[in-house]
Design a protein around this ligand. Sequence first.
Ligand SMILES: Nc1ncnc2c1ncn2[C@@H]1O[C@H](COP(=O)(O)OP(=O)(O)OP(=O)(O)O)[C@@H](O)[C@H]1O
Length: 260
Amino acid sequence: MSNDPGPRPAPSAPSPAIHLRDGGLMLGGRMIFRHLTLAAAGGRITCLLGPSGAGKSSLLRLIAGLATGEGEILADDGQPVAGRIAWMGQQDLLLPWASVLDNVMLGAKLRGNRAGPAARDRALALLAHVGLADRAACRPDALSGGMRQRVALARTLFEDRPIVLMDEPFSALDAITRLRLQDLAAGLLAGRTVLMVTHDPMEALRLGHQVLVLSGRPARLSNPIQPPGDSPRPPDHPALLSLQGRLLAQLRGAVGEDAA
Ligand SMILES: Nc1ncnc2c1ncn2[C@@H]1O[C@H](COP(=O)(O)OP(=O)(O)OP(=O)(O)O)[C@@H](O)[C@H]1O
């Protein structure tokens, strides 16, 4: 890791709260959810858990405008949400033939923008923040899974969007790499409105300012859990173990309900 990556990449625009009102989605002839309301606080991390198949990814895709359904997605600053969202998924989707640096700047290139010196400097600064400044010229296949996901995080931050939707971004990593990535992401995403899907209750409790569970058919959202303290919380934070027990019990009940 670089010793001095400089100041944190704060969002260049204020991060609004986002609200989904009366959300509904039908897939494969099944109503995944209907009349769903979700509020994600501005500049905060909201984590979404739930049994497999409950509709978490579909909900994220609806908010991103990648799925067609019902409902309104509103930002509390009155501006449209479209065009202000960055996406990070479980797969890093790095282009194997492009350098790490070019992968970070991919969004700009896809939009037809020339990557000038300012863009390159910004991408290099982000690579320094994720500890990969010395890998800028490498191809992705020379990197470990954790490094590749750090490049994906730098690429997400390069987009400099106030809203970041993350679909199980660290689930393919081993436990220790995942802990490190969680700490890194919480620091670098600070101030953005983040909605993160995860299967890991401890990840949700370490990172989330609020944690929601989606379950049932059609799916509903639980009342939020708001873990105490700042994100990222240490894994041995005294409150997290009892909250983890509560969440696991809630998820176990939810799996039974979904199987019913
Ligand atoms: N394009 C599609 N066409 C038909 N059905 C779909 C489609 N995409 C998802 N589904 C179904 O919708 C339901 C919700 O899927 P979704 O991937 O959103 O769940 P999830 O909670 O994210 O699950 P997981 O935790 O396993 O990723 C599942 O039953 C899935 O099979």
